[in-house]
Design a protein around this ligand. Structure first.
Ligand SMILES: [Zn+2]
Length: 265
C-alpha cells in the first residue's frame, strides 16, 4: 500500500490507448455529457469486461458474469435515466473485479481477493506494479473524467446520483427490498425520493439498505458528492428487477418520476 498514490492520482500520466490496445477500452464511457439536467449520473459497475491478458483472473466465465463481476442491469437503468432526464452519465468499462471504482484506494476491497464466497485467484498477492497499473489505467482516468466534468459545471446546480444493483440473495440471506436509496448527508433529499417511490403499491424501497455509505468503503458519494457540497445519493436496485430491458426501462421510469420534482421538471 505504501507505494500507491493516495488522493494524488497523477493525472495525465496514463498509458495511451494505442499502447494498451483494443481490449483495453478507455476507462469511462460518457453519455450525453452536454445534457442539461442538474443531475449527474454515475454507473461505476456497468461492465464485466476483463482484458484477455488477465485470463478472467482465473475465474470461469459464469462467475465473471454474475453479480460479483458487475452490477447486472445497472447500465441499462442508468442509460434509460440519462435519456429521460437529459442527464450526463459516466459508465465504468471494466469489471469491478479488476479494480472497484467505488472504493477508496486504501480499501482492502479495492482489488478484492474474495467476493461473496468466491476467491479471485488473479487478485491474490498481486505486485505493487500490477496494483498501480490497474489504478492508473482504470480507476484514475474514470474519476479524473468525473472530477473534470464536475469542475466545469461548478457554477451550475448539480445533484449526484449513482446507479447500482445488488443480488437478491447474499451469502444465503434473501433481501426483501426491491431497491434501496443510500445516503450520508443528503438525508432529506433521499427521503423525498424514497417517499415518491413508495407511492407505488407493493414496492419495497428502504433507506440505507442493503448497504450504508461509508467514507472508508465508498468513493463516489463522499468524494464527488459530499466533498464538493453536492446533494448525493446512491441508488441500489435488486438485480432480478432489472435483468431484462423491460425491467430496466420500468426502473428508469420510476426513478425519473421520483427525481423530476427535485429539478423542477
Ligand atoms: Zn455497484
Amino acid at each position: 500500500m505504501s507505494d500507491v498514490p493516495s488522493q494524488d492520482l497523477r493525472l495525465g500520466d496514463f498509458p495511451s490507448q494505442d499502447r494498451l490496445g483494443q481490449d483495453w477500452p478507455p476507462a469511462v464511457e460518457i453519455v450525453n455529457e452536454a445534457g442539461r439536467s442538474p443531475i449527474v449520473l454515475l454507473c461505476e459497475h456497468a461492465s464485466c469486461h476483463i482484458p484477455a491478458d488477465y485470463s478472467r483472473l482465473g475465474l470461469p466465465e459464469a462467475e465473471v458474469r454474475r453479480h460479483i463481476g458487475w452490477d447486472i442491469g445497472a447500465a441499462d437503468v442508468a442509460r434509460g435515466l440519462s435519456a429521460r432526464l437529459d442527464a450526463p452519465l459516466f459508465l465504468g468499462t471494466y469489471s469491478r473485479l479488476l479494480v472497484d471504482l467505488n472504493r477508496p484506494l486504501a480499501a482492502p476491497s479495492l482489488i478484492p481477493g474474495l467476493s461473496e464466497a468466491t476467491t479471485i485467484p488473479g487478485n491474490r498477492e498481486i505486485s505493487d506494479a500490477e496494483r498501480r497499473r490497474r489504478i492508473e489505467t482504470i480507476f484514475a482516468p474514470f474519476h479524473a473524467a468525473v472530477a473534470d466534468h464536475l469542475d466545469r459545471r461548478r457554477n451550475q446546480p448539480t445533484i449526484l446520483v449513482t446507479i447500482h444493483s445488488f443480488t437478491p440473495v447474499f451469502l444465503g440471506v434473501a433481501r426483501p427490498w426491491h431497491a434501496g436509496i443510500l445516503f450520508d448527508r443528503s438525508e432529506a433529499f433521499a427521503r423525498r425520493v424514497i417517499a415518491r417511490l413508495l407511492h407505488e403499491p407493493g414496492l419495497n424501497v428502504a433507506a440505507n439498505e442493503p448497504y450504508r455509505i461509508d467514507a472508508s468503503g465508498d468513493y463516489a458519494i463522499p468524494v464527488h458528492g459530499e466533498a464538493r457540497g453536492l446533494e448525493a445519493i446512491l441508488v441500489e436496485i435488486r438485480n432480478d428487477q432489472i435483468s431484462t430491458p423491460l425491467g430496466a426501462a420500468a426502473w428508469a421510469d420510476r426513478l425519473a418520476a421520483a427525481l423530476r420534482p427535485e429539478i423542477g421538471a
